[in-house]
Design a protein around this ligand. Structure first.
Ligand code: ADP
Ligand code: 5GP
Length: 192
């Protein structure tokens, strides 16, 4: 049905906007030919996270070695001392399996992927209804300390201003509606 799956779809947003929820839905509940780009990170795994499934968890030293080897398409120090990046080998792995690559990465990372892959990439900015909603979602997710949560909320205000640099903005207010819209956006891009 989809002739060319050597494409990339990037979901970026401030932390807490709902991109992980949306990406999981696309991967688990639809027939779209997608596979998740597993990023490398130096942060510690959260309970339930699995190395090689959610992230490749690396030490800072190992991460920096890969930077020196030019192994990343893009990498960012997303929070002070905490690195995240997309390995080139990850994209080839997924394309070789005849799937399109789906990303859940921060806003700067999304913009970098677009610059690197141009029209092969579709960038989707997931926008929360408001910063207050975002804060409430992060509080209910309950995965960050109070201090980490404040860092994420403060960063979000700056990131929201970058939404216009994306191909599409997806407003995540009512989750069911956002999930359906995400499916349509991806199906249309893969058919183009
Ligand atoms: P991100 O990956 O962008 O950090 P998550 O997908 O982890 O965000 O979502 C943050 C929290 O908000 C999660 O607990 C999730 O269940 C919840 N959430 C996601 N979308 C909605 C929505 N539309 N309304 C209410 N809560 C939501
Ligand atoms: P978390 O710690 O909540 O899993 O992710 C923190 C932030 O890092 C999120 O905004 C997430 O999207 C982003 N992120 C995850 N992987 C990558 C990546 O490979 N590159 C970049 N630039 N950001 C990433």
């Amino acid at each position: 049905m989809y002739s060319d799956t050597r494409k990339l779809i990037v979901f970026s947003a401030p932390s807490g906007s709902g991109k992980t929820t949306i990406v999981r839905h696309l991967l688990n509940d639809t027939d779209l030919p997608l596979a998740f780009s597993i990023s490398a990170t130096t942060r510690k795994p959260r309970p339930g996270e699995v190395d090689g499934k959610d992230y490749y968890f690396l030490s800072v030293e190992a991460f920096k070695e890969r930077i020196a080897d030019d192994a990343f398409v893009e990498w960012e120090e997303v929070y002070e001392g905490v690195f995240y990046g997309t390995l080139k080998t990850e994209i080839e792995r997924i394309w070789n399996a005849h799937k399109a690559v789906v990303f859940d990465i921060d806003v700067e990372g999304g913009i970098s992927i677009k610059q690197f892959f141009k029209e092969k990439a579709l960038t989707v900015f997931v926008q929360p209804p408001s910063i207050e909603d975002l804060r409430n979602r992060l509080e209910s997710r309950n995965t960050e300390s109070h201090e980490q949560l404040e860092v994420r909320v403060n960063k979000a205000s700056q990131e929201l201003q970058k939404s216009t640099e994306f191909d599409t903005i997806l407003i995540n207010d009512q989750l069911e509606k956002a999930l359906h819209e995400a499916e349509q956006i991806v199906a249309q891009f893969l058919s183009s």
